[in-house]
Design a protein around this ligand. Sequence first.
Ligand code: TRP
Length: 331
Amino acid sequence: MKGFKRKKFFSLLLTVFLLVAVISAGCAGDAGEESKDLPKIGIIQIVEHPSLNTIREEMLAELEASGYKDGENVIIDYQSAQGDATNLKTISQKFVADGYDLIIAIATPSAQAVVGETKDIPIIFSACTDPVGSGLVASMEKPGGNVTGTSDAVSAEKIMGLALEITPNIKTVGALYNAGEANSVSVINDLKAFAAANGLTVVEATVTNSSEVQQAAASLADKADAVFIPIDNTVASAMPIVAQVAKEAKLPVYVGADSMVADGGFATYGINYKILGRKTAHLAAQVLEGANPGDLPVVTIEEVEIYINQETAEAIGIDIPQAILEQANIF
Ligand code: TRP
């Protein structure tokens, strides 16, 4: 009798053990398979400034609207390099080593880093000013390889045309940018061509990181009648500091993007970055559905609008012609 009870007890214990083992193995197996099956998307962004954040947020919302939701049917891993080139390399290498299915690179420095790491994983870049000049793709119409994306090509001529309408007495323009950003260099070359053709002089103040921006901006205050800032990620990250210097020196600052006007810059002729974010999502969705990035032309945005910061205008004492005000988006 005693022996039977003990035997029964042990077999019960064994059953419980087995059950627990089977259940936990089952759960682990499920979770493992689920995350293995979901496509993994890595998003890499050079730095967090308002324009790039807007692009990313709009893009994620549009991806979700197209049926790609983080944690449900895709896994999205977002990483910011915090303005540091070494981080760009580390993040890119990790995305590649982990075998991600798609990499989305926001801004030119991020895209250059990722393109240097893989010729296989599909890459969609976003908001890259000069995709051919910065070596991302061979052609806008037929990129080839594993890369395509969206471009925010801006026109230095258009911005300077606006500048000469609002402040016709400009003779010397100060160019403030990071010479290590290919996206900026390409626009500054256009600025120099415009200046040469229109009898203007360009003086340059370049920076290598955002902590140098205040001094560089201040150095232009004595030499220039106006400042021109291209779509430069390093300067955009320190835009409120530039705005402060400009107000004190009563210097009009013409910029490359709406967000830089919102952050205290004076005026621009630029694109709508929310639309650009959505167009980036459409490309990503096409690739997730099986399209080959190299077959998809780089997407550009033709419509540009005027953006003006009224508070800045008042602070630097400039009257904006009514005809321009009527067409402008005012911050
Ligand atoms: N066009 C920039 C690049 O190619 C990125 C960018 C998008 C940007 N919006 C901006 C830079 C606004 C400065 C300000 O890298």
